[in-house]
Design a protein around this ligand. Structure first.
Ligand code: ADP
Ligand code: ADP
Length: 230
């Protein structure tokens, strides 16, 4: 089944007003299908629309036109509240800057998203522990972010994304803040998650990072130049 199905997605940013309105056509008609279990790298030069497309895939932003189905469900015309609810359930985000809360241990950082899902405290900690074990950090549960290496912090962030069992793991330049050894640690983990059947979409401008994915989708001037379909 397709996790992401996009047809003719456009995004136009407008700034200024009246006669001085400037339009930027960030996406000019994107057709993209991502099947369950795929590991996709989204690549392209700066300004080609990667961030915009990633934000639309993750329901952080709405397209100006076209149709988008996430997990088989059309997200057109949904309210902000509805979109947020679907986003929280279906999409796990990983960013270049880990965004861990500095005063919370690894375990409590990972358990946090479940608070908003009404999961009981004991169950939250149990699931957070399992998520941390699945990224190889079972021996770092009680460490604060400041006590972890860059690669370990990113693994905590990945565990936090996975704890909700999302349909899709969306990673924006996940190795952008890491040295080559830690990058390898994260890419090795993505390989493992892919083998387990997780669906991963990673935005990167680094060729050797993108080459690790199963499929490369190349954007150019707001259009898909290559790799839009499995
Ligand atoms: P990439 O991630 O590939 O660098 P982006 O999606 O960030 O590309 O940007 C695509 C185009 O849209 C660029 O020309 C960029 O300047 C423009 N853009 C992105 N975000 C905005 C915004 N909020 N307002 C106006 N223009 C934007
Ligand atoms: P990143 O690509 O690191 O995720 P952003 O999404 O913040 O960064 O921005 C991507 C591109 O969009 C940048 O080139 C930036 O200059 C451009 N951009 C972002 N916001 C605006 C805006 N409000 N107006 C014009 N360009 C923007």
């Amino acid at each position: 089944a397709a996790v992401v199905e996009m047809q003719g997605i456009t995004k136009t940013y407008r700034s200024g007003s009246g006669a001085r309105t400037v339009e930027v056509h960030a996406l000019r008609g994107v057709d993209l299908t991502i099947e369950q279990g795929e590991y996709v790298a989204l690549m392209g030069p700066s300004g080609s629309g990667k961030s915009t497309l990633m934000h639309i895939i993750g329901l952080l932003d709405s397209p100006s036109g076209g149709s988008y189905r996430l997990g088989g469900r059309s997200v057109e015309g949904l309210s902000e509240v509805e979109l947020a609810r679907i986003r929280n359930r279906r999409v796990g985000f990983v960013f270049q800057a880990f965004f861990l809360l500095p005063r919370l241990t690894a375990l409590h950082n990972v358990a946090l998203p479940l608070v908003y899902r009404g999961v009981s405290s004991a169950e939250r900690l149990k699931r957070a522990k399992a998520a941390l074990e699945s990224v190889g950090l079972g021996d770092r549960l009680d460490h604060l972010p400041s006590e972890l290496s860059g690669g370990q912090k990113q693994r905590v962030a990945i565990a936090r994304a996975l704890v909700q069992e999302p349909d899709l793991l969306l990673a924006d330049e996940p190795t952008g803040n890491l040295d080559s050894r830690s990058s390898e640690e994260i890419l090795g983990l993505f390989d493992e998650l892919h083998r387990q059947g997780k669906t991963i979409v990673m935005v990167t401008h680094e060729h050797d990072v993108g080459a690790r994915a199963q499929r490369i989708v190349r954007l150019r001037d707001g259009r898909i130049a290559d790799g839009g379909h499995p």
